[in-house]
Design a protein around this ligand. Structure first.
Ligand code: AGP
Length: 607
């Protein structure tokens, strides 16, 4: 999950590469480096650690009217170090490579290349690519790269330059994202759009197996057979500022504040005359009439959105739903009937496990509808149908606004499936549809209470473990609340079905243990209240999350976060925002790097 960037054009190339890498650092920040073609050679500068270290290293460098590549790393093979930093070169140092992905057969290739005289300086899988290109090089860099690719097993997005070919970048992709930016008198490559938005809004998404040769004036794309290929151009409509922090201290808090707009942008264009339109998913009456079961497949936060989807679809449409962790699904020889509906959820649309699980289900004849945020991503292009969440670019590693829009999407799909299945009581459809349309404004109200949550976090941030408990929709929501806290504050926490506590885990509750009890479901309130009494009796300090006016919890809990009232079934969409804010303020109080939490990266493009 590294970030790569490349530039061919007239500008001073180093600032362009550094600018692009700064927009990709959310993908990995273990090391950074650049390679630039200059008079009579290659300038290769790289360092362990953050981009700032690289900036200092290239202060004296200024080369214009050339080509260069850059990399920010998330270590997979070889620990973070200078030697393992990209770019990697051949022995002569006249070919340089940056890579995002994993070359799975690199050890075998390494042994063979050693027997051919190559000398390795790193522990990485990527270095074999530089030596292989060198092995196939006969004066034509494109040909050398094209001959190298069939020998690579695994995933790659590659950028290659050579001092023998000033002004030329060769790029290639397979199972790793790579976008080309078409400028005027300059062209770029990048792992993600924000890295090239400053220079162009016109982009091409390479397909798996594509190879591209870029100069300042030309972009030539070849398919996996080496034939010249045309690829559809996309015009990016969101602006650079959306990929900037806009005065907020962190991208995460900025993106939490963008939730009302993101949810409205996801719902309103599909709500006409009181009707919700999900036609883009390909889910229609005929399909619903034959549905026996729905599978939802995803990872991390997206998986948690799927769990909410299960409870809501089963509640409204009475159709059984199985939610799968993608990395388990793909190796479990899953039972999928031809024509079965499979919902794929992914913010980035590039998560390797989810992509592979989707291909597995597709190969078994499933009908794939994907809920994706990134336009043109691999999952969106390979799914049978796509429901785009309009959250805009999500830069912070911890997903927030994308999760809220994934919930909005899943609720819209659930309500429509229930309508198509004839499962809704008279008036229920209108009540649910108008309930959904009112949620963005209710989130605005929740954001107005952020100071309360900041105060609470300033009292709890020294806790070293937290339990989130709930029943029904509150339980599946607490899964996401717990993940958010863990991934940015590094506080150990668990989400637990409140009724399950007494079967063991309550043994961990002692004096002062912080228990966050989410209790929004009216019909389960009594039950959840008795679970709160159980942990209180063992000395727990309870922070409750419930709807305004809930006197029972007010008297029972030590602290309460109140939510504006809405239909119980919509509670997860409302309750998640204070939980995201809670995690955020806990992490800020602890001085954590909120946007770039340790050991994590935004889209997990390797297994
Ligand atoms: C969430 O905050 C994490 N970044 C991570 O769990 C993420 O949700 C997961 O990797 C799935 O990513 P995707 O939605 O882009 O597929």
């Amino acid at each position: 999950m590294c970030g790569i960037v490349g530039y061919a054009g007239g500008r001073d190339v180093i600032p362009v590469l550094l600018g692009g890498l700064s927009k990709l650092e959310y993908r990995g920040y273990d090391s950074a480096g650049v390679a630039v073609v200059c008079e009579g050679g290659l300038i290769v500068r790289k360092t362990k650690g953050r981009l700032d270290g690289l900036r200092r290293l290239v202060e004296d460098c200024s080369v214009a009217d050339t080509a260069g590549i850059g990399h920010t790393r998330w270590a997979t093979h070889g620990e973070p170090s200078f030697e393992n930093s990209h770019p990697h070169t051949n022995c002569a140092g006249d070919i340089a490579v940056v890579h995002n992905g994993i070359i799975e057969n690199y050890l075998k290739l390494k042994d063979w290349l050693r027997s051919e005289g190559a000398v390795f300086v790193s522990d990485t899988d990527t270095e074999v690519v530089a030596h292989l290109i060198n092995y196939h090089y006969r004066g034509d860099l494109l040909e050398a790269v094209s001959k190298t690719l069939p020998r690579l097993e695994g995933s790659y997005a590659l950028g290659v330059v050579s001092s023998k070919h000033p002004g030329l970048i060769i790029a290639a992709r397979k199972d790793s994202p790579l976008v080309i930016g078409a400028g005027s008198g300059e062209n770029l490559i990048a792992s993600d759009i924000p890295a090239l938005l400053e220079y162009t809004r016109d982009v091409y998404f390479l397909r798996d197996g594509d190879v591209a040769a870029l100069t300042r004036d030309e972009i030539a794309i070849y398919d996996s057979y080496g034939a010249r290929a045309r690829r559809e151009a996309y015009h990016v409509d969101w602006d650079v500022s959306q990929a900037e922090r806009g005065g907020f201290e962190h991208f995460m808090i900025k993106e939490i504040h963008e939730e009302p707009k993101a949810m409205a942008d996801t719902f309103s264009p599909r709500y006409r005359d009181g009707h919700i339109d999900i036609s883009e998913t390909g889910i229609d009456e005929r399909l619903v009439a034959n549905i026996k079961k729905i599978n939802i497949i995803a990872c991390g936060t997206a998986y948690h959105a799927g769990m909410v989807g299960k409870y809501v679809i089963e509640e409204l449409a009475r159709i059984p739903v199985e939610v799968e962790v993608a990395s388990e699904f793909r190796y479990r020889r899953p039972i999928i009937e031809p024509g079965q509906l499979v919902l794929i959820i992914s913010q980035s649309g590039e998560t390797a496990d989810t992509l592979a699980a989707m291909r597995e289900a597709k190969q078994k004849g499933a009908k794939i509808a994907a809920i994706v945020n990134v336009v043109g991503s691999s999952i969106s292009r390979e799914a049978d149908a796509v429901f785009y969440t309009h959250a805009g670019p999500e830069i912070a590693v911890a997903s927030t606004k994308a999760y809220n829009t994934q919930l909005m999407a899943i609720y819209m799909i659930a309500v429509e499936i229930a309508r198509m299945a004839g499962r809704l009581e008279p008036g229920a459809y209108e009540r649910l549809a108008s309930g959904l349309s009112g949620l963005p404004d209710l989130i605005k109200k929740v954001l107005e209470t952020k100071n309360v949550i900041q105060r609470l976090a300033s009292g709890y941030f020294s806790k070293n473990s937290v339990f989130f408990i709930g029943r029904g929709l509150d339980y599946v929501l607490s899964m996401e609340a717990s993940l958010k806290l863990k991934e940015i504050s590094y506080i150990h926490s668990e989400a637990y079905a409140a009724g399950e506590l007494k079967h063991g885990t309550i043994a961990l509750i002692e004096k002062g243990t912080l228990v966050v009890a989410i209790a929004t479901q009216e019909r389960l309130l009594e039950k959840t209240a008795s679970n709160i009494k159980e942990v209180k009796a063992r000395g727990a300090h309870v922070l409750a999350v419930c709807f305004e006016g809930n006197k029972m919890l007010e008297n029972l809990a030590d602290e309460v976060i109140y939510l504006p009232k809405t239909d119980d079934i919509f509670a997860p969409i409302l309750a998640v925002t204070p939980m995201q804010l809670f995690a955020y303020y806990m992490a800020v109080e602890k001085g954590c790097d909120v946007d770039k939490p340790r050991n994590l990266a935004k889209s997990v493009t390797v297994e």
